[in-house]
Design a protein. Structure first.
Length: 158
């Protein structure tokens, strides 16, 4: 996943610039990803300056204004993906646990807290799960897999 995001960033910059993206792609995969992972902060975020330095190293020259804009847009995607992969690895969620919480404590909205939807959990707690209707809908959605954790996917599914 990290390789694909960095490849996306490098390729989009290379296609807009003068460099040949086809020849730069293998270099990006070999050097850029390892450098990106080494430079990532503990929370998984990479600054624009770090990403710009990596792409300039791969490209071999300074970036144009157009390339900087594209890189800045893709930097948000890179940071988001790194943050998602770090958070999903650290605190993964189980579909079975969410279903059991919805079944037994659905009226209190505990399953919403577990999945990361704090405000919806508060509203469910105050309304007793929409008098049970909202909790029942959530249980069905969890079992079908359409109600997922806020940070992405379930680690283990039914």
């Amino acid at each position: 996943m990290k390789k694909s995001i960095l490849t996306l960033a490098v390729c989009s910059v290379m296609f807009l610039g003068n460099a040949n993206a086809a020849t730069m792609l293998p270099v990006a995969k070999e050097t850029g990803v390892s450098v990106l992972i080494k430079q990532a902060n503990a929370d998984g975020k990479v600054t624009f300056k770090e990403l710009k330095g990596i792409v300039e190293t791969i490209k071999g020259e300074k970036l144009t204004l157009k390339e900087k804009v594209v890189l800045k847009l893709n930097q948000k995607k890179v940071t988001k993906e790194l943050t998602n992969s770090a958070s999903s690895a650290a605190g993964s969620k189980s579909q079975l646990v969410a279903a059991l919480l919805a079944f037994f404590l659905g009226g209190l909205g505990i399953h919403r807290y577990y999945l990361g939807y704090t405000w919806q959990g508060i509203v469910q707690t105050l309304t007793l799960g929409g008098l049970g209707i909202w909790a029942l809908i959530d249980l069905v959605r969890i079992l079908l897999g359409t109600l997922k954790p806020k940070d992405g996917e379930y680690d283990t599914t039914l």
